[in-house]
Write a protein that binds this ligand. Sequence first.
Ligand SMILES: Nc1ncnc2c1ncn2[C@@H]1O[C@H](COP(=O)(O)OP(=O)(O)OP(=O)(O)O)[C@@H](O)[C@H]1O
Ligand SMILES: Nc1ncnc2c1ncn2[C@@H]1O[C@H](COP(=O)(O)OP(=O)(O)OP(=O)(O)O)[C@@H](O)[C@H]1O
Ligand SMILES: [Mg+2]
Ligand SMILES: [Mg+2]
Lengths: 265, 265
Amino acid sequence: MRSIAIINQKGGVGKTTTAVNLSDGLARQGKRVALVDLDPQAHATLHLGIDPRSARNTTYHLLTGDAEFASMWRTVDNGLKVAAAHLDLAAAEVELAGVVGREAILRDKLAKVSGDLDYLIIDCPPSLGLLTLNALAAVEDVFLPLQPHFLALHGLSKLMQTVGLVASRLNHRLRMAGVVLCLYESGTRLANEVSGDVEEYFDHLRTEGPVWEHARLFSSRIRRNIRLAEAPSFGKSIFGYDKSSAGAQDYHALTSEVLSYYAGR
Amino acid sequence: MRSIAIINQKGGVGKTTTAVNLSDGLARQGKRVALVDLDPQAHATLHLGIDPRSARNTTYHLLTGDAEFASMWRTVDNGLKVAAAHLDLAAAEVELAGVVGREAILRDKLAKVSGDLDYLIIDCPPSLGLLTLNALAAVEDVFLPLQPHFLALHGLSKLMQTVGLVASRLNHRLRMAGVVLCLYESGTRLANEVSGDVEEYFDHLRTEGPVWEHARLFSSRIRRNIRLAEAPSFGKSIFGYDKSSAGAQDYHALTSEVLSYYAGR
Ligand SMILES: Nc1ncnc2c1ncn2[C@@H]1O[C@H](COP(=O)(O)OP(=O)(O)OP(=O)(O)O)[C@@H](O)[C@H]1O
Ligand SMILES: Nc1ncnc2c1ncn2[C@@H]1O[C@H](COP(=O)(O)OP(=O)(O)OP(=O)(O)O)[C@@H](O)[C@H]1O
Ligand SMILES: [Mg+2]
Ligand SMILES: [Mg+2]
């Protein structure tokens, strides 16, 4: 099972949109895919038409209680399994404050489903707190959606520091897989310049150790496309909502690129 | 002194861009303005060309130590005063966990500068934690930047709940002033529909009590404009960077609307 954490502490950069559309993209290629929503805002859950309050078990119960993944899968189009989030997750950080091994809870539960899935993708909140740490301690690969705006690089080094710490102290298998440029405004100098800066940043980072040595800028860029913002209001991925849109093209390209990334490993 | 908290727990909706440009807009109208950065990411600070690490005192010291506002103002163009943030603020929530009256720290310090300023604007992080609570406990008015996308309304009621709680338990002067539509994609059905929904939401909310009775959708909408994203890389507000841009027009319109909002109160 390939396991991916979608992270970026910056808000509104395309984490959820990428988590949902990559998951459905892979499911449509016949893979057995699970999407795990670890954000108290539950936007990935809502994006696929699931009401967090209707879920008997959510990732809140997974982290703070005895619930296992098997008891919480909701299946949507194309066989895609979803582990719903709920606002109660916001309390998890406080509730788990004193618990030993509180960053490793997800990893133990993940291990039990790894035989049944090809891909497991975790959508994380815009923070580097306990929820994101659980994701990082549990998965093999980190995907980083990034909006090529001015302060994108500023947050990047802090983020990579966190990834490095988790890799050394909690999860030796953790690898930085790549950056996905999102909300890409084609033809603007800003997008062009920041993309170049990100490329350069990872060129240097690659020499720093095994966590980084295969990190790349995915060549598939997700352009700004209003269809991607409309899809959630229909409870669908971009493929379910408007297959011919630029947004669908871009996430299809990303899906193919991710499949060959894993084929080559 | 008019005091404004710029809040929205959703990430990347234009809080910082609005805080910075409204502050400079008001300063350029001859007002005595202070911008207080309460986000550990310090994007407002960086936007105006200030390095958080170069600041002797930051809002971290304000919240967790003895530092007062007077010791930390940095003055930028047009006499605009800035209280810089720093990543250490991320630890403030934990550090202040046991402290009595920890949501009221900012209010006490704000009171000491109210004589010297016309406007004080606080840029908040994308969360409803201790930092945002301090801002809400300290100010008179709440401004809500909102991107008219599908899940915008979903977060709105949770947000208003928080404002209501602070108003009743910590700050009887707190008022919901208005929503500023940001990242507005003109001509799209999504922006149109969500704006209509927001308008309707506040029409109903207005009958719920004094906190809400003057809440409105500001008529000035901030359209998507790449210049707004470029300005931070020059350490300037949109007015300092490109006065003729659509972004400058829109924030100028908002500034005028805010001035008449206060003139009429
Ligand atoms: N390429 C795109 N084109 C147009 N709209 C987009 C695109 N990608 C995302 N959006 C929209 O932008 C908003 C923010 O995206 P998204 O929710 O995926 O970001 P996020 O990083 O998950 O945010 P958060 O930090 O709050 O979890 C959403 O309303 C989404 O529908
Ligand atoms: N109207 C606009 N047109 C184009 N770009 C914009 C506009 N408003 C904001 N931006 C850009 O979008 C990104 C997010 O905006 P901003 O940082 O102001 O949001 P925020 O709500 O403060 O985010 P956070 O939740 O991370 O604090 C920034 O890179 C900013 O420069
Ligand atoms: Mg998200
Ligand atoms: Mg901000």
